[in-house]
Design a protein around this ligand. Structure first.
Ligand code: ZN
Ligand code: MN
Ligand code: MN
Length: 283
C-alpha cells in the first residue's frame, strides 16, 4: 500500500502540520520549514523542534519532507543571487536535519539564458558547497523533475542524473517525481505500456531506488506543454489511469506520495483527492 498525503501548512508552528495531516488521514506530509518567498526566515525555536519530534511519534505520520523556498536558484548566472541561494539552501538543509526530515525537495533551477551546460555546472558547484558544509547529515537533497518552463532545468531525467553523477557526494542526492511536471515535460505514463516505458527510462537514468518522493498532481495543460499548473486528481489531462499504475506499483510501496493540488483552508479538496487516489488501489 502506498504512503499518501499532502502538502500541509505550518501556520502556528511546524508541529501543527502533523495535526493537520492527521485530521485528514495523511500517512505522510510535505511542509515548508521557512517562509517560501523570502530570503531570510527566523530560526525554528528549540521547543517547536521538540514538539515536532513528539508529534511525529504521536501521529505516526512518516516520512515527512520539506520543499525548498521558490526563490532559491542554484543554476543562475548572477553571482549575488547565486550566493544568496546557496546560503538559503544551506539553511533549508539545517532545518530539515534538525527536524529529522527525509529530505528537502529542490527545483534544480533556471540557467536564465546562460545555457544548460553552464546551469548544470553551477548547480553541481552549489550542491557541493552545501553538502560539504553539512557533512554527515542524513537529510537528502531531493531534486525534483520539472515541467521545463522557460530556462528551468530538470525536465529530462538525464539532466537530473548528470547532476547526481557529477556532485562530490552523490549519496546526499535523490529525486522527487512530480506527475504534473513529468507529464508537462513530455513523459506519457497514462497507459500501462506508457507507464512501463517511462519507468524503464527512469530506472536506466535515475535508478528506481533513488526516487524517494512523489508529488501527485494532475495537469491543467496537455502532454509536453512545458507548463506547470496543477489540477485535482482525475480532473486534468493525466486522468485517473495515469495514477492507477503508479499507485499499484509495489516498487514504490515505501516511497511517500503527496498532493500539491489547489486547496482551501478546510482542506476538503485534499480529502477528496486522497479518497480518489485510495479508490484506485487494488485490494
Ligand atoms: Zn516543487
Ligand atoms: Mn512539485
Ligand atoms: Mn509544480
Amino acid at each position: 500500500m502506498p504512503l499518501l498525503g499532502a502538502h500541509m501548512s505550518v501556520a502556528g508552528g511546524v508541529s501543527k502540520a502533523l495535526d493537520r495531516g492527521k485530521s485528514i488521514g495523511c500517512d505522510t506530509i510535505q511542509i515548508f520549514t521557512r517562509n517560501n518567498n523570502r530570503w531570510v526566515s527566523k530560526p525554528i525555536p528549540p521547543e517547536e523542534i521538540q514538539r515536532f519530534h513528539e508529534k511525529v511519534k504521536e501521529t505516526g505520520i512518516w516520512p515527512v519532507f520539506s520543499h525548498a523556498a521558490y526563490l532559491i536558484n542554484l543554476a543562475g548566472p548572477e553571482e549575488g543571487l547565486w550566493e544568496k541561494s546557496i546560503a538559503a539552501f544551506l539553511d533549508e538543509l539545517e532545518r530539515a536535519e534538525a527536524l529529522g526530515l527525509l529530505g528537502v525537495v529542490l527545483h534544480p533551477g533556471s540557467h536564465m539564458g546562460a545555457g544548460e551546460e553552464e546551469g548544470i555546472r553551477r548547480i553541481v558547484a552549489a550542491l557541493d558547497r552545501c553538502h560539504e558544509a553539512t557533512e554527515g547529515y542524513k537529510t537528502l537533497t531531493l531534486l525534483e523533475v520539472t515541467a521545463g518552463t522557460g530556462a528551468h532545468l530538470g525536465y529530462r531525467f538525464e539532466q537530473l542524473a548528470e547532476i547526481r553523477a557529477r556532485v562530490r557526494h552523490p549519496e546526499r542526492v535523490a529525486f522527487c517525481f512530480d506527475t504534473c511536471h513529468a507529464f508537462a515535460a513530455g513523459y506519457d505514463f497514462r497507459t500501462e505500456e506508457g507507464y512501463a516505458r517511462v519507468m524503464e527510462e527512469l530506472d536506466r537514468t535515475l535508478g528506481i531506488e533513488n526516487v524517494r518522493a512523489f508529488h501527485l498532481n494532475d495537469s491543467k495543460h496537455p502532454l509536453g506543454s512545458r507548463k506547470d499548473r496543477h489540477e485535482h486528481i482525475g480532473k486534468g489531462y493525466i486522468g485517473l489511469d495515469g495514477f492507477r499504475w503508479l499507485l499499484n506499483d509495489p516498487r514504490f510501496d515505501t516511497v511517500p506520495m503527496v498532493l500539491e493540488t489547489p486547496k482551501s483552508k478546510d482542506m476538503h479538496e485534499d480529502v477528496e483527492n486522497l479518497a480518489v487516489l485510495r479508490s484506485l488501489i487494488r485490494g
